[in-house]
Design a protein around this ligand. Structure first.
Ligand code: PLP
Length: 385
């Protein structure tokens, strides 16, 4: 139930990667046969990723994942004196990079979401200035799953003559991609969120986008990302993307949405619970199929995470990417939840391979854990500090 943190490799992905660890171990830049085999594999992967993004193969840049993509977009395009518009619910890979640029003379505007978790495009429009060079808004939020109106934001960027970066790490493989329709110049994805390997990802970089590379070194990836290519990782990413494209057509996504809806409806039957990522009437706003985020009154979120862990159910309170942090989720706080409710919110995010039996089990253990914790909770008793 924590797929938005990471996912296991699918067997087909392991099989695709296997020859590139030992047999075809060449450096893709070498002229000899070993190098050419590796080079050909990277070329094939690039073709697949171009199909995945809906772009040209030359617009695909392989890298180490979402953090690098987000950083590259921000450090690679912004210069002192520029203005940068982003949202306050971005991943820390965007927010921390923005803070660093602010220290280097870039003005940054953080647009807050509506209580539903949606960024209103008119708020982005209002944030723009003549010096706005870059807009960065995520496709799907990692905590709520809420899908942002990126097409409208892309259109706003186009009209304003600004570049648009989209962190699509949590949207990849969950909704169909088309970079031209989204209107973005840059897009970051990560393999390990879509049943591929960790430490590898890709960026779409629209032709002609003047992005400075983050790393200095060799001329790999058309001089946009130096460093010997992670050939097994790249092959694994492409296989995961190929399987993700199949999943978008074969009924997997509606199946996942139905499982998520059943899980969500079951948990929301408990008194003192509610959905994060819904409009005023409680109707969910557009979300990716695998995610739900629910608040529980009268208990400590962390205690519920631990109680469920003891029952073999892995969930996340706030974002696992900030492991060790006890701060309430910046996303939920930005949506207007109070600290107590933000702390007592849990994210359930289903793997593509989740089953009815998985959901049945979670629906069995969550009510028991909630009831038990409420019975002993200082929050429930009103004695919490
Ligand atoms: C929305 C979003 N962006 C970026 C990242 C970072 O990706 P990576 O783990 O590949 O560095 C994550 C990971 O949780 C994420 O959810």
């Amino acid at each position: 139930m924590d797929a938005n943190s990471t996912t296991p490799l699918l067997p087909e992905v392991v099989e695709a990667m296997r020859p590139f660890w030992m047999e075809h171990f060449g450096n893709a830049s070498s002229i000899h046969l070993y190098g050419q085999q590796a080079h050909a594999a990277v070329d094939r992967a690039r073709e697949t990723m171009a199909e995945f993004f809906g772009c040209r193969p030359a617009e695909v840049v392989f890298n180490s994942g979402g953090t690098e993509g987000d950083n590259t977009a921000i450090f690679g395009l912004l210069r002192p004196g520029d203005h940068f518009a982003t949202s306050s619910i971005e991943h820390s890979a965007v927010l921390q990079a923005a803070e660093r640029m602010a220290l280097r003379g870039v003005e940054v505007t953080y647009v807050a979401p509506r209580p539903s978790g949606l960024i209103d495009p008119t708020d982005i429009q209002r944030a723009l200035r003549p010096a706005t060079r870059l807009i960065s808004v995520m496709l799907a939020n990692n905590e709520t799953g809420v899908l942002q109106p990126v097409e409208e934001i892309g259109e706003i960027a186009r009209t304003a003559g600004a570049f648009f970066h989209m962190d699509a790490v949590q949207g990849a493989g969950k909704i169909p991609f088309d970079m031209r329709r989204f209107g973005c110049h840059l897009c970051s994805i990560s393999a390990h969120k879509m049943h591929g390997p960790k430490g590898v990802g890709a960026m779409f970089v629209r032709r002609g986008t003047p992005m400075e590379p983050l790393l200095a070194g060799g001329s790999h990836e058309r001089r946009r990302r130096a460093g010997t290519e992670n050939v097994p990782g790249i092959v694994g990413l492409a296989k995961a993307a190929e399987l993700a494209m199949q999943s978008l057509e074969d009924g997997t996504i509606p199946r996942l949405a139905a499982l998520r809806d059943r899980l969500e409806a079951g948990i929301l039957q408990l008194p003192g619970t509610g959905l994060n990522g819904a409009g005023k009437d409680g109707t969910p706003v557009p979300r990716v199929a695998n995610t739900t985020n629910i608040w529980f009154d009268h208990l400590e979120g962390e205690a519920l995470v631990i109680a469920l862990d003891l029952k073999g159910v892995a969930v996340s309170g706030g974002s696992a990417c900030h492991s060790g942090a006890t701060e309430p989720s910046h996303v939920l706080m930005a949506m207007g939840l109070d600290t107590t409710r933000a702390r007592a919110s849990l994210r359930f995010s289903l793997l593509k391979t989740a089953t009815e039996a998985d959901v049945d089990y979670v629906l069995q253990v969550v009510p028991q854990a909630v009831e038990h914790l409420r019975a002993i909770s200082p929050v429930a008793a009103g004695t919490a500090g």
